[in-house]
Design a binder for this molecule. Structure first.
Ligand code: HEC
Ligand code: HEC
Length: 167
C-alpha cells in the first residue's frame, strides 16, 4: 500500500533525523556561520543506498531500469504488486529494502500528469521518449534494447553511451 511505503520512509527519515540530532547537538550550538546541510546530505545518501539496493534487487532478472524513464505512480504500482510482476512472482524483500528502493525511485522520477494513464512499459512512457528527443529508438523499446546504446546499463549507468553516440 501507498501509506505503508510512505510510513516506512517516514520512519527511516525520523531515525536519520534522530541520529543527526544526537550527533550534532553539541556542535551546532557553537557554530555561527552556515554549516553544510548534513541533514540533506544524509537524505541523499539514503537514496544512494536505495540505488544500491535497487541494482541488487531489481537488476537480477533484467537490467536495472532507471527511475527517470517511468512516472512515480508506475513505480509505486510495481512495488505494491510483487506477486503480479509482469507474470512473475518477485522474491520476497524485507520492508526496509522496499523502503530504500522506493526512496530511490521516487527521488528520481516525476509524477504522471492529471488524467494520464500510467504506463507499465517504458515503450509507452512519455518520460522515456522525452529523454531521447533526437534518438531513433527501436519500436517497441524494451529493457532489452537499452544495452544497444547504454553499454553500462547493468550498473544503472545511463550516462555512458556506445562510441557512435559520443561527440
Ligand atoms: C524474478 C525476476 C524479476 C525480478 C527480480 C524483477 N523483475 Fe521486473 N520484470 C521481470 C519480467 C519477466 C518482466 C517482463 C519483461 C520481460 O519479458 O523481460 C519484467 C518487466 C519489468 C518492467 C517493464 C520493462 C519494460 O521493458 O518496459 C519494469 C519497469 C520492471 N520489471 C521493474 C522491476 C523492478 C522495479 C524490480 C524490483 C522491485 C524488478 N523489476 C525485479 C522479471 C523480474
Ligand atoms: C538507439 C540508442 C538508444 C537506446 C536503444 C536507448 N537509449 Fe537512452 N539514450 C540514448 C542517447 C543518445 C542518450 C543521450 C540523449 C541526449 O543527451 O540528448 C540517452 C539518454 C538516456 C538517459 C538520460 C541519461 C542521463 O542521465 O543523461 C536515460 C536515463 C536513458 N537514456 C535510458 C534508457 C533506457 C532505460 C533505455 C532502454 C529502455 C534506453 N535509454 C535506450 C540512446 C539510446
Amino acid at each position: 500500500m501507498v501509506m505503508n511505503l510512505g510510513k516506512k520512509l517516514f520512519l527511516i527519515v525520523l531515525l536519520i533525523a534522530f541520529i543527526f540530532l544526537m550527533t550534532t547537538n553539541t556542535v551546532s550550538a557553537s557554530t555561527t556561520d552556515d554549516p553544510p546541510n548534513l541533514f540533506i546530505a544524509q537524505l541523499e545518501s539514503s537514496s544512494d543506498l536505495g540505488r544500491e539496493f535497487y541494482v541488487e534487487n531489481c537488476g537480477s532478472c533484467h537490467i536495472p531500469i532507471p527511475a527517470e524513464v517511468l512516472p512515480t505512480d508506475a513505480w509505486q504500482k510495481i512495488l505494491e504488486q510483487p506477486r503480479d510482476h509482469y507474470g512473475e512472482n518477485l522474491p520476497k524483500m524485507v520492508n526496509i529494502t522496499v523502503g530504500l528502493i522506493w526512496n530511490y525511485l521516487r527521488s528520481y522520477s516525476r509524477p504522471s500528469l492529471e488524467g494520464e494513464t500510467t504506463p507499465e512499459f517504458v515503450t509507452n512512457s512519455r518520460y522515456f521518449k522525452a529523454l531521447h528527443p533526437l534518438v531513433d529508438l527501436p519500436k517497441p523499446s524494451s529493457h532489452q534494447s537499452c544495452k544497444l546504446c547504454h553499454p553500462a546499463a547493468a550498473t544503472l549507468d545511463y550516462r555512458s553511451l556506445t562510441p557512435e553516440w559520443d561527440d
